[in-house]
Each structure stands twice: as C-alpha cells, then as structure tokens.
Design a protein around this ligand. Structure first.
Ligand code: CUA
Length: 680
C-alpha cells in the first residue's frame, strides 16, 4: 500500500481541479470525500492529480481525437484524449464484420479491393461468391495522414499506407468509413510518408524495400538469385509517388498522379515541406550500401551489410518543379502512372541528396517549415537541417559529388543547422507551439524535449536538451497535438510504446502494446496515463482537435456510403419496397426500420443471383440496423439514412433466416425475415 500525506494530496487535488478553498461546485465535505476515495484506493497525490487531469465525466467529450494506425490489424483506431477511451475502429485493409466492411459483395468489398490489386475502378476478378481467390485480406496500416488545408488538419479525409504492399487507403471522415484502397503501381512495399501536401493536392507514398523495375506482383517477373546478389543496383528501383486527390470526394486518381524514380536505397520515412519549404518533400533512406542479404552465399546479414557506410542520404524532392517537367512531357507511362526517370530527375534539378548519419529513421519538418529533424537508430544525435541552407547549397551547387546514378549530393556541413545529443536510439520528432521538439528514444525508453534554433530560441539557447521523461517501454512513434502541422498545440503527447512487459494484468504471452499520455503543457513533462492497446500494433498517430472533425450524425435519406450521393436504388417509404424477378435474378428493394424488413420473405430458386437494395429509411441518430444472412458471408451494417446494395448467389435449397444484427429496439429479436430458396 502506498503511503501518502493527506495534506499533500488535498493541495495537489485542489491545484489539479483549479480551485482553492471553497468552491461553488464542491463544498468542503465533498473535498474531504474526494480525499478519502483517493486514500482508500491507494492513490498517491500525483496519481489523484493525474486522474483529475484525464477524467472525462459520463456524457462528457474529449478535447482531442487520436487517429492511430492499427499495424497489421489493417485498421485505424480513434481514441479520445485525454480520457484515452477507444471511440471507433475503422477497417481499411482488413474485413471488419461490425461495420460489414468487406462482407456481402457490396461497395465495401470493392473498396477493400476485390482483386487485391484494385485501383478503385471496379475491375476485380470475382469468383462466384463475389470474393476473389487472390484477394488480399490483410494489410499493415502504418502512417495515417489527415488531410490539410493551409498546412493545418481540416477534418475531411484520412489516408493510410499498407507497409506490406504498395497500397494506400482513404477514410472519409464524414462517416468514418474506408472508401478506397488503391494499389500504387511499381511499389511492392510502402513506407515513406504518407503525408498530405499542405493543401492535400497530393498524398505522398514511397517504396520501402525497392522493387524489381516495373514491379507488378500479379503478372510476375523473371529474376535469379545471381541477379539479386550481383545486379541489385541495376534491377531494383524505388519510387516517390504523388497521388492526386479529388478535392470534392477525397478519392485518389492514378490519372493525375506521378512518380519520381529513385535509386534502390531503402527509402524510409518522409515528410512534406510547408511554408517556405512548401513544394518540397523529404525522404530518409538507409541501406545506400544496397545490401540484399545472402548469408549462405557468403554475404553479411542485411542489418550488417546495410550499416557499412557512415552516411545514408536524405532525399530532397522539388515536386512543384516536377509538375513543370511533367507538363513539358518529360515522363514515361509505367504500369498506368506517369514516371519521371532518375536521369531526368537529376538533370532537371528535381532530386538532391544530403548525407545523413547512418541508418536514420524519422524525418520531421518543423511547424514553420524551416527546420528538418533527422534522427536514427544508430546515432544518439538529432541532425537538424536548415531549409534555407539546403536552398543555398542547391543554388550555389555546393555539392560533394554525385551518387552512382548521377544525383547531386549536397555538402553535409553546408546544410546542417545544428546537432543535438539526445540519447540512445532516437527515432521520431514532433513539435509544440513554443519552438520545442520532442523525440522518441527507442533504446532508452524515453521522450526527450529539446529546443530548435532561431526564430524560436536564441543561438545561445538553441539545440539544447531541456527535459526527459521515461516511458514504458520501447517507444516507436510519438504524437503531439497537431505536432506535424503548421498549427501545433503543445498540451499533450502520446508515446506509442511497442512493449508493455509488466504494466498490465497478464492476458497471456502476447502482451498489449502501451500508449502513454504525457502532459507537455509545463516546463517538465508529466506522465499522466497508460492505455493498453490490445487490438493491433500501432505505428503512427495524429492528434487533432476534436472540433475539427465534422462527421454526419445520420446520412441524408437514401445516401450510398460509396458515393456519398443519393443512390439510384434508394426508396423512401415502405410502399416503394418490391421484388422484381427476371431470368436467374431476384432483385429486392427493401425497407429497413424498427422493427421489420419489408419485404420479409425473399423467394428465390437455386442458382439465382439475389440483389438486395437495403434502405434504412430512419433519420433517428444511432438507429442502426444490420442485415445478416446465415451461411452467405453477408453482413451489412445500415446506418440511419443509408442505402447499400448486396449481392450473393443461392446455391442450395432451404429456408434461411436473415436478421438484424443491431439491438435496435425492444422488438429487435423479432426483426428477421426469410430467404426461401426453392429447388430449380
Ligand atoms: Cu433492427 Cu435490431
């Protein structure tokens, strides 16, 4: 049992609650009651203060929303801050039955990518039940990117990459549902970014491990182990991809997208320029040695081969200039996308390299777009590049040479504005509104706070460590409130910890991961709360003011989530419900309200294709119904106002009881109907 001083607890609590002595809302007797509760629960004064700082009362709202990737669960998790309560899980790369995402050969099946290689054009390779045999059923959701306007989150859409494949998904924040998953051509895997440019003209995604030139995982390509070991530099390439976003729908279009071919170094994290650096993109790389493994062939393991040189290369890309080069026709089409070759990129001044200490990881642009922080696993320093210095070095051709592909390499000393010794294993950096940076230290299990240079801090105070806090344990990414935008808030920091070891009740050998909420509003960082993450391996998160998100309460009547427009198959009342039978097809316009389906009997014959246009014609918030058909892999969630179409084939005779999966009313159990399949 922890011991604590009653008086100290009282003072701490009063300070935390923001009052002294008597209060209008809490009398003296309640105060002592509060102290007794804390004491009886064994809380220290600090514990009690942290509880008060993070507590959101029943019915209350959080000030911020955290959008966290779910790793290889393929999902995005939406968490309230400071309460650290999970509000929603949005499936992107993985089917998810609650929302019916990827079940029922409906629009979500299409969004998920029915052939596993979809660009959203609907040309899937469907088998009889609507599911493709080679459909991808998982993805590794890594880096969420909220859309931006003027360099600030605008609450319209969220994009996220699939680390395992070269895919990018789009979540519409009007209804918190994934609408599109696009396979980006020529990428086998992805990492870099993803980020939105300051006005979301593009979202950026780049390869991680380079792919065979002209990669198309579905066609197959010829290669030998000898090619891999001895011709790596020739046969592989990376790509920086600018995916064009439709400003009305948020959908991504390949037609207006482009790629810049990159050397087959392993491109890692990336960030967007902003303010003075708007129009530029920055991508880290490691393995400029181009090690390809081959332990049995007498070569070093990849992690050794990739760490031979002292420096890797920061890639500096001028994408605004790339648009001019495209307009001049200096590109080729490769697997359906415009590609600017490495030669053209070097010759036209679109791509420059700057040395960065070996095996870097994070590259993070400061809020005013002036500094770029790079830090990496094997170097205890953050290396801070000045964008003005980069521009000057490019203009004066201050190069130390070119790489083997002819890309100019800027002089290290010319572009670095400062170095800060942070601690062991620095990875990622975010910022506050006071000119401070916060970097995760993986090996040290800590977050370190340090100062940027001018105009934030004087030269004497610049690039100095000012605070450090321990986390539990092995932190990867971190997120400060709006800390990767031009509108950072300070206030909160979420440490995204890979290990939790001894922090939570034992639930078996697979431990939850651990998010930790840290108060960064004062001079000293203060750890407030743990949130066990038992539903994936989150990588990156963005923390946005909750009132930025303006999601619909209900859909307008008849709206299809796929198009966000009124569906041509929408009906408005029960009277319009009907069944139309034609050769081999039963087509149903169904009305769905508390507490019945109309029609409630669907007659069919063996071999029929059944098409059901489901209409939840209610407008009451939260009056969601479901439509589930036993043995058919059909499960659809129907939110108020929604119209969705499902299709399936009935291949055996029998009576099948479809039903509503949401406890929508007192007569929810009665909300069912019959699919009666007669023999042919
Ligand atoms: Cu509708 Cu239960």
């Amino acid at each position: 049992m922890k011991k604590f001083l009653f008086g100290a607890l009282g003072v701490t609590l009063l300070i935390a609650i923001g009052m002294g002595g008597c209060s209008r809302t809490m009398g003296g007797s309640n105060q002592s009651g509060l102290l007794q509760i804390a004491q009886s629960r064994g809380l220290s004064p600090e514990d009690a203060a942290h509880a008060v700082k993070t507590f959101v009362p029943p019915g209350g709202r959080d000030e911020y929303l955290l959008f966290a990737s779910g790793g290889h669960s393929g999902q995005v998790h939406v968490i309230g801050v400071p309460s650290m309560r999970l509000l929603k899980t949005v499936a992107v790369f993985t089917p998810e039955p609650w929302q019916g995402y990827g079940y029922g050969a409906d629009w979500s099946e299409e969004a998920l990518g029915s052939n596993g290689n979809s660009n959203g054009d609907g040309e899937g390779h469907e088998s009889e039940n609507g599911h493709s045999k080679d459909a991808l059923r998982w993805g590794d959701a890594h880096h969420p990117a909220l859309s931006e306007t003027d360099g600030k989150y605008d609450g319209r859409w969220l994009y996220i990459n699939d680390r395992a494949h070269g895919r990018i998904g789009m979540v519409d924040l009007a209804d918190f549902r994934a609408k599109q998953v696009m396979q980006v051509p020529n990428l086998m895997t992805s990492h870099g970014g993803i980020f939105a440019t300051p006005d979301t003209r593009y979202v950026h995604i780049s390869s991680k491990v380079p792919a065979l030139k002209g990669w198309d995982g579905h066609k197959g390509q010829k290669v030998t182990v000898d090619d891999h070991l001895n011709r790596f530099a020739d046969i592989y390439r990376g790509y920086s991809t600018f995916v064009r976003v439709d400003q009305k729908t948020g959908r991504m279009s390949l037609k207006d997208s482009f790629q810049i071919e990159l050397p087959p170094y392993t491109q890692d994290l990336a960030d967007s320029g902003k303010g003075p650096s708007d129009g530029y993109a920055f991508i880290n790389s490691y393995n400029v040695e181009m090690a390809g493994g081959g332990i049995a062939q007498g070569k070093p393991p990849i992690e050794v081969g990739a760490s031979q040189f002292d420096f890797d290369y920061l890639h500096i890309i001028n994408w605004k200039k790339a648009e001019e080069v495209l307009a001049a026709g200096k590109f080729t089409m490769l697997n359906g996308i415009r590609v600017i070759s490495l030669d053209t990129a070097a010759a036209e001044g679109l791509l420059f390299l700057a040395p960065e200490p070996r095996s870097p990881h994070g590259v993070d642009v400061a809020p005013k777009g002036d500094y770029i922080t790079v830090s990496g696993k094997l170097d205890p320093h953050a290396t801070v590049y000045g964008f003005d210095r980069i521009l000057k070095a490019i203009e004066s051709k201050n190069f130390e040479g070119k790489d083997r592909y002819g890309v100019p390499i800027l002089k290290f000393d010319a572009v670095v504005a400062g170095k800060v010794e942070l601690g062991a294993g620095p990875l990622h950096t975010q910022y506050d509104n006071q000119g401070n940076a916060y970097t995760s230290l993986y090996l040290e299990s800590a977050v370190v706070k340090w100062t940027l240079g001018e105009p934030y801090h004087s030269a004497a105070d610049a690039f100095k460590v000012v605070d450090k806090v321990s986390i539990h344990y092995n932190i990867g990414h971190l997120a400060t409130a709006q800390g990767d935008t031009m509108d950072p808030q300070g206030k909160y920091l979420i440490a995204m910890n890979k290990w939790s070891i001894d922090r939570h009740t034992n639930v078996g050998p697979l431990h939850p991961q651990n998010f930790q909420l840290i108060d960064i509003s004062g001079p000293k960082m203060e750890l407030l709360a743990d949130m066990p993450i038992g539903f994936g391996e989150p990588h990156y998160a963005q923390l946005v003011k909750a009132d930025t998100i303006k999601a619909h309460e209900v859909y307008e009547p008849g709206v299809s989530p796929a198009s966000m427009q009124k569906s041509p198959d929408a009906i408005t009342t029960e009277k319009d419900a009907r069944i139309v039978r034609r050769n081999g097809v039963v087509e149903v316009w169904m009305n769905v309200v508390r507490s019945h389906f109309t029609p409630d009997i669907i007659p069919a014959r063996v071999g029929d294709k059944v098409i059901v246009h489901l209409n939840n014609t209610e407008q009451t918030p939260d009056a969601t119904h479901g439509f589930a058909v036993p043995t058919k892999n059909v499960m659809v969630s129907l939110d108020p106002g929604e119209t969705t179409t499902v299709e399936f084939v009935v291949d055996k005779p029998g009576s099948f009881s479809f039903y509503c999966t949401e406890f929508c009313s007192a007569l929810h159990l009665e909300m069912q109907g019959w699919l009666i399949v007669e023999p042919k």
